[in-house]
Design a protein around this ligand. Structure first.
Ligand SMILES: Cc1cc2nc3c(=O)[nH]c(=O)nc-3n(C[C@H](O)[C@H](O)[C@H](O)COP(=O)(O)OP(=O)(O)OC[C@H]3O[C@@H](n4cnc5c(N)ncnc54)[C@H](O)[C@@H]3O)c2cc1C
Length: 284
């Protein structure tokens, strides 16, 4: 079992990884490719102590090499769900499952846009993980809204288990979509339903369905981890970077402003020390 699972390979997550390794903990970083990180696109970062006039790319590469050379494992993936299993956690990383004693969320700023009805119906027919929830909708009508090509795998999987799938790609070129999937070009405006999902509005037309799956670049944190408390769209933490869930910590932009490298790196250190202490206290 992994001691510390870090979700997100930006400055916050990489700092947390280095500090947890320094405390002799095993670390796996789950993250999208390094060049997808926010910092990668910065032409010049001139306010990080001791590293003036750096490009964001050079800085991120330096942070990444440090973490890897120190012994962190890197798993390039999108994490779709983290489940609390009592005294450990289960991470779903593109349908590969990993167990960890503690979690550090270093997800960056939450850029996820939602449509009307989406957040209200999370867990009531709105889902971000076909493998997690697909079986509930066997032989039923489901829609998949694909912000990225990852939506195709979700749609194909749902069709393979017997769902009647309609797929709305929000990008131009499809890569591989199963013949059984009905493709609809257009815009999803809102999810309909009170207690449960009853339909979706596409191109101004109401269509009945039992579930809507979203494949997004970033997901609302509420769907990543059930019960995680947020405030103004940021993960709520105390001074030790503890979230409201025991064993789960957060750092960097995902905990709120200021959105700066130094703040992410500092919070990463604190989160890692808190995670290490939690593991050590539980071993006594
Ligand atoms: C153009 C630009 C210029 C900037 N200039 C400066 C500057 O000069 N000085 C400064 O201090 N700051 C600057 N910043 C801000 C700085 O980049 C951020 O504050 C910093 O990157 C925050 O680090 P982080 O680790 O919290 O988040 P991020 O760097 O955003 O990293 C989060 C990572 O988590 C990944 N992730 C999210 N969800 C998941 C998931 N479910 N599964 C897997 N991976 C996931 C994301 O893909 C991303 O790679 C700039 C930002 C931009 C865009």
């Amino acid at each position: 079992m992994i001691d510390v699972a870090v979700i997100g390979a930006g400055p916050g997550g990489l700092s947390a990884a280095v500090s947890a390794l320094q405390r002799n903990k095993s670390v796996t970083i789950f993250g999208r490719s390094i060049d997808s990180g926010l910092l990668f696109s910065a032409k010049e970062v001139d306010n990080y102590l001791g590293m003036p006039n750096m490009t964001g790319e050079d800085m991120l590469n330096a942070f990444f090499s440090h973490a890897i050379n120190k012994g962190a494992e890197f798993k390039e993936c999108r994490v779709s769900q983290i489940l609390s299993m009592g005294d450990y956690f289960m991470i779903n990383a593109e349908n590969e499952f990993f167990e960890a004693k503690t979690i550090i969320l270093a997800l960056g700023v939450n850029k996820s846009r939602t449509i009307k009805g989406e957040e209200e119906l999370i867990g009531k027919g709105v889902s971000y993980c076909a493998t997690c929830d697909g079986m509930l909708y066997r032989n039923k009508d489901v829609f998949v809204v694909g912000e990225t090509t990852e939506g195709e795998a979700e749609a194909n999987y749902l069709a393979s288990i017997g769902c009647n799938v309609s797929y709305i790609p929000l990008y131009k070129d499809l890569i591989h979509i199963d013949d059984k999937v009905n493709i609809i070009r257009g815009k999803a405006k809102s999810v309909l339903g009170n207690e449960y999902v009853e339909g979706i509005v596409v191109n101004g037309e109401e269509k009945q369905c039992n579930a809507v799956f979203f494949a997004k670049k970033t997901m609302p944190v509420a769907s990543l981890m059930f019960g995680l408390e947020t405030e103004n769209n940021s993960i709520k933490v105390d001074r030790n970077m503890c979230t409201n869930i025991t064993g789960v910590y957060a750092c960097g932009d995902c905990t709120g402003a200021p959105f700066q490298v130094s703040k992410a790196v500092g919070e990463g250190l604190v989160a890692a020390l808190s995670a290490a202490k939690y593991i050590e206290d539980n071993q006594k």
